[in-house]
Design a protein around this ligand. Sequence first.
Ligand code: CU
Length: 166
Amino acid sequence: MRRHALTAAALAGALALAGCGGSGDGKPELAVGASYMPQPVSAEMAAGFLTITNDSGTKDELTSVTSDAAGQVTLHETAGGAMREVSSFPVPAHGRLVFKSGGNHLMFENLKHQPKQGDTITLRLKFAESGTVTVEMPVKSATYNPSTDPMTDPSAGHSTGHSTGH
Ligand code: CU
């Protein structure tokens, strides 16, 4: 009997502790910001950039991206000056996944029509834990760069990197 009483008390304590955890179900809390697409130089493909912030203690993973504006959206990373397609990107706990010119980027392929400055592209980010997050991505000028880094030329990098395929 004494053993049963102890077990019940320990169980009650564990439940109370879980209830105090803050974000309840333990899901990642993602916020997407700073999204933009530089107006592409061709109707073939375009690059997109954004930042995903995870304010929770649970890591997540970006597994795919889709958009009505493109037949396909692929995930690319840049390593050693060359870009390559990857199947997913991790979103670390209490961290950020950053897409920026010269680094990670989204590639919009088989565009339905050439995006123009002032347009808005709707895309859906799919995460392993958080499900689908919809983003409205504004199309900026071809030379737009939020970091204002004069050494970065997104259009030049893409025309060379993608002409040979992956
Ligand atoms: Cu690329």
